[in-house]
Ligand binder design. Structure first.
Ligand code: NAD
Length: 478
C-alpha cells in the first residue's frame, strides 16, 4: 500500500483515517519552520477510538495467537518496505541524523518480527485423580499507550507489538512534538490489522490525561518523564488500571583506572551524546578514577571536536538539534546557571545565535556533586565529568539519586566491574558497552525510573492477566 509520508496527517480511529477540528503545528527543530499540522483529537474522538478498540477486542482476542503473530511480523516487513520515508520524516520532525534514524527505524522492524515470535504458553499441572490445574495468560482489553518525542517510532512499536500479540487492542497517543511518524505508522498498520485493533490519536497532554482516566481502558503503557509518570499512576487508579511506566534516568558511568583512556573516551562520548543526549539511558554523569581523569577528559574533548552538530538531513551531520523549544530553553537555563555557579567548561557552554534549537556539545570539569548539572536529568548534551578515588564512595555517589534506570562500568578487570555493577541501583548495568537492547531481554527502571518491564516474555506478560483454571473431571463422582 502506497502512503504519502509528507502530507495529509490523519489519525486512525476505528479503521478510519480522520482529521480534527483543531490542529497542532509540528516544527522542524533544525530550522524552526512549521512543517505540518497534525490533528488535535477532541474528547469525542477519543471516545470513538476507545469504543472502536473495545468492539474490536471481542474478535481480536479470540483469534489464534499464530494469526496475531503473523500480522505483527508483517508490520515489521511494512516498516522495512517504507524505511526510507520513515527515516526522512523522522529527521524532519525529531531532528536526529541519518545514522540515528536508521537505528530507530531498523530497530522498529526487528522488534515487530521478534516480539511476534514470542508466546506465553499455558502451564498445565496434572494433580492426579482426574484433576488438572491450568495457569494461562489472558489479554486485558483496551490498552492506552503514551509515548515521548525522543524515539517516536521505536517506543511506539515497543508498546504496539506486545499489546497486540497478547490479544489486546490499543489506543496510542504520540507526543505533540513528534506525532507525524506515529500517525503514518498508524495508517500503515491500519492496512494490516482489522478496524479498531490499533487506534492512533494525536493531541496534547490533556488528551493523555483523558486516556489515563478512561474507565474502558484497562492498562496504561507509558514512556516519558518521571513527573508525568507520577500523575499517570494517580489518575490510573480510578479503575485500577495496570501500568507500565518507563521514566527518566540520571545514569552514572564509572570508569576504573585500568582502562585505555583513549579508547574508552570515544565509547563514553557516544554513551553520553547519542541522539544529542535526548536518551533516557544516556550516560549523564561520568565518574572517572583520578589516576586517568585528566587523560580521559582530554581525549573526550579532542574527540568532541571531530563531531559535527547540525541539521540531521544534511550529509556529514553526526548529531542533530534539541527536539523542541521547551527542552532547548531548559538547557539554556541550565547552562546559564552553571556559568553563574562558576563551573569550568572544558568545551561548549555557549548557545550560538541563529535558527534551530542547537546546543553545543558541553563537557564540564568536576563540578560539585550537588550542582544541577549532576543532580538533574539534563536530557541534552551537557555532561559533567567527576573525579573519584574510592570505590565505596563512587558507588554511593552513583546511587545517590531518585532515578535507577541504567548505568555502566568500564574496566579491564571484569570481575571487579561485575562486583561494582551488582551494587548499583539500576534496572540495567552495562559493562564495557552501553545501549544494548533486545526484544528478548527485560528492560525497566528501579526506584523512580519506572514500574514494570518492557521486552522479553516478562514485558509481554504485562499485557495480560493470569488466569488459573482448576478442572475436576470426576464429574458426579462424589
Ligand atoms: P513527558 O512526560 O513530558 O511526555 C510524554 C508523553 O506524555 C507525551 O505524549 C505527553 O503528551 C504525555 N503527557 C504529558 N502529561 C500527561 C498527563 N498528565 N497525562 C497523560 N499523558 C501526559 O516526556 P517527554 O518530555 O516527551 O520525554 C522525555 C522524558 O521521557 C525524559 O524524562 C526521558 O528520560 C523519558 N524517557 C524514558 C524512557 C524509558 O524507557 N525509561 C525512554 C525515553 C524517554
Amino acid at each position: 500500500m502506497a502512503i504519502d509520508f509528507f502530507s495529509d496527517y490523519r489519525m486512525t480511529i476505528n479503521g478510519q483515517l480522520v482529521g480534527a477540528n483543531e490542529q497542532i503545528d509540528v516544527v522542524n527543530p533544525a530550522t524552526e519552520e512549521v512543517i505540518a499540522a497534525a490533528p488535535d483529537a477532541s474528547r469525542e474522538q477519543l471516545e470513538q477510538a476507545v469504543a472502536g478498540a473495545k468492539a474490536a477486542f471481542a474478535s481480536w482476542s479470540q483469534r489464534p495467537v499464530s494469526e496475531r503473530q503473523s500480522l505483527i511480523a508483517s508490520i515489521g516487513d511494512a516498516i522495512e518496505a517504507n524505511a526510507e520515508e520513515f527515516m526522512r520524516l523522522l529527521t524532519c520532525e525529531q531532528g536526529k541524523a541519518r545514522a540515528g534514524a536508521e537505528w530507530e527505524v531498523g530497530g522498529a522492524a526487528i522488534w515487530c518480527r521478534e516480539i511476534a515470535s514470542q508466546e506465553l504458553v499455558p502451564h498445565i499441572e496434572d494433580q492426579g485423580d482426574g484433576r488438572t490445574v491450568e495457569v494461562r495468560r489472558t489479554p486485558l482489553g483496551v490498552v492506552g499507550g503514551i509515548t515521548p518525542w525522543n524515539f517516536p517510532i521505536l517506543l511506539a512499536v515497543w508498546k504496539i507489538a506486545p499489546a497486540l500479540v497478547a490479544g489486546n487492542t490499543m489506543v496510542l497517543k504520540p507526543s505533540p512534538n513528534t506525532p507525524l511518524c506515529t500517525l503514518k505508522l498508524g495508517e500503515l498498520i491500519n492496512s494490516i490489522v482489522p478496524a479498531g485493533v490499533l487506534n492512533i490519536v494525536s493531541g496534547g497532554n490533556e488528551l493523555g490525561a483523558w486516556i489515563t482516566r478512561h474507565s474502558d481502558i484497562r492498562k496504561i503503557s507509558f514512556t516519558g518523564s518521571t513527573a508525568t509518570g507520577r500523575k499517570i499512576m494517580e489518575s490510573a487508579s480510578g479503575n485500577l488500571k495496570r501500568i507500565t511506566l518507563e521514566l527518566g534516568g540520571n545514569d552514572p558511568a564509572i570508569v576504573l583506572p585500568d582502562v585505555d583512556p583513549q579508547q574508552v573516551a570515544q565509547e563514553l562520548f557516544w554513551a553520553a551524546f547519542q541522539n544529542s543526549a535526548q536518551f533516557c539511558v544516556a550516560a549523564k554523569r561520568i565518574y572517572i578514577h583520578e589516576d586517568i581523569y585528566d587523560e580521559v577528559a582530554e581525549a573526550l574533548v579532542t574527540f568532541a571536536a571531530t563531531i559535527k552538530v547540525g541539521d540531521g538531513s544534511q550529509q556529514g551531520t553526526d548529531l542533530g538539534p534539541i527536539q523542541n523549544r521547551m527542552q532547548f530553553e531548559k538547557l539554556r537555563d541550565l547552562l546559564s546557571e552553571s556559568q553563574k555557579e562558576g563551573l569550568k567548561f572544558l568545551v561548549g557552554g555557549d548557545i550560538p545565535d541563529g535558527q534551530g534549537y542547537f546546543v553545543p556539545i558541553t563537557i564540564i570539569d568536576n563540578p560539585p556533586e550537588k550542582s544541577r548539572v549532576v543532580t538533574d536529568e539534563a536530557f541534552g548534551p551537557v555532561l559533567p565529568l567527576l573525579k573519584f578515588t574510592d570505590i565505596d564512595d563512587v558507588i554511593a555517589r552513583a546511587n545517590d539519586t531518585e532515578y535507577g534506570l541504567a548505568a555502566s562500568v568500564w574496566g579491564k578487570d571484569v570481575d571487579k566491574a561485575q562486583a561494582i555493577a551488582k551494587r548499583i541501583e539500576a534496572g540495567t548495568v552495562w559493562i564495557n558497552e552501553v545501549h544494548s537492547f533486545s526484544p528478548h531481554i527485560a528492560f525497566g527502571g528501579h526506584k523512580q525510573s519506572g514500574i514494570g518491564i518492557e521486552n522479553a516474555l516478562e514485558g509481554l506478560s504485562e499485557y495480560t492477566n493470569s488466569q488459573t483454571i482448576y478442572t475436576n473431571s470426576n464429574a458426579g463422582a462424589n
